[in-house]
Design a protein around this ligand. Structure first.
Ligand code: GTQ
Length: 348
């Protein structure tokens, strides 16, 4: 596989041409490009500064309402994957803005979505008949095929990061979508219902797993952050990750979403990580503090709400002068299910 394709002779060229209209291709002429010795991704290391994205979203708010747009989102498109609406090869990333008084009308689709809240003094999203209020740093899930609508009854703009498995679903040709018909779905449950049932280290007796996604749909930042704070006292620093926790589905302990793995990590003041690479291209966003991440030789200086990408199998080193928190997501659950996930810790 590591050897080059066999040389082209006139006779071989003629043969390739002859079989092309018959919808055939000689494997030996393409083997090295379809089965590579290691990942060869078009996905590039890249960073978006929040101030730039936010300013453009405010500009967009002067052009279109959330209702007319259905979702007022600026896609963070990887420059190495231009025209594809992808942030990594398998995952999508966008930043959504809902202005005071606006609603993003109810719809559903087979793509799963995560929201990571960047600015909110009172926005909400409704999923499965329940509303949840969004606060800075909350990780909110919209499971596939669930009706969802967003609203903002506060006086301030609400912004969040959208992470969806759009490219994965597209690859599998499994996209379905429909509008609800009304702006908002009926609310049938009190706020906090899912949390009470599934988020208190208990489950209703006899509960049977019905979905592949966690039944908790808001993981409040306050609680996730508190866990990291408690753990920092033990100083169990991982050389590559500092202190990195994954969000789980309380029903089975697996990832919170079937296609997207989500994590929150604390990097303590003065920390410099050991080099790390993994097959799951990862989208990071700053939550607290500032830091510097070197991705395949490119240095990204990030602060809260900035977004950067580490492509598959590219080396990353994180450095922080102050305590910093990062949220991240990747397709790791899919790779694990397929036995594909690989990582390399340190310089080996
Ligand atoms: O909020 O439902 O960024 O359907 C892209 C597609 C957000 C959403 C996106 C969507 C949504």
């Amino acid at each position: 596989m590591s050897h080059a394709a066999p040389v082209n002779t006139e006779a071989r060229e003629a043969f390739y041409k002859a079989i092309d209209p018959e919808s055939m291709r000689a494997l030996w002429s393409v083997m090295g490009t379809i089965i590579t010795p290691e990942p060869r991704s078009g996905c590039q290391p890249v960073m978006w500064k929040y101030d730039t994205v936010r300013a453009r979203l405010m500009e967009a708010a002067g052009l279109i309402t959330a209702k007319e747009a259905e979702r007022r989102v600026l896609i963070l498109e990887n420059p190495g994957l231009k025209g594809t609406s992808k942030c990594t090869t398998s995952l999508y990333c966008g930043v959504q803005l809902v202005m005071p008084g606006e609603v993003a009308p109810a719809h559903r689709h087979t793509q799963s979505a995560l929201r990571f809240v960047l600015e909110a003094s009172g926005g909400h999203t409704a999923v499965g008949g329940e509303r949840t209020t969004m606060h800075y740093g909350d990780f909110v899930i919209t499971p596939n095929w669930q009706w969802h609508d967003h609203g903002n009854t506060s006086d301030d703009p609400v912004l969040w990061l959208d992470g969806l498995d759009i490219p994965l679903v597209q690859f599998l040709d499994a996209s379905f979508a429909e509008g609800f018909g009304d702006d908002e779905q009926p609310i049938t449950k009190p706020e906090g219902d899912a949390h009470a049932r599934y988020g208190a280290n208990m489950l209703p007796l006899g509960y049977e797993k019905v979905a592949t996604t966690s039944p908790i749909f808001n993981y409040p930042y306050e609680r996730s952050r508190e866990a990291l704070e408690q753990m920092r006292r033990m100083e169990e620093w991982d050389p590559c990750h500092g202190l990195k926790m994954r969000y789980t589905n309380p029903v089975d302990g697996g990832w919170a979403m079937p296609t997207i793995g989500t994590c929150l990590q604390l990097l303590p003041r003065g920390f410099k990580s050991a080099p790390y690479r993994s097959t799951d291209a990862t989208v990071f966003t700053g939550v607290e503090g500032r830091g510097r991440s070197t991705v395949d030789g490119q240095v990204f200086e990030w602060g809260p709400r900035d977004v950067f990408v580490v492509p598959s199998w590219k080396e990353v080193v994180h450095e922080v002068d102050e305590d910093a928190v990062l949220f991240s997501y990747s397709d790791r659950p899919v790779q694990e299910k397929c036995g594909l996930f690989r990582e390399r810790r340190g310089n080996s």
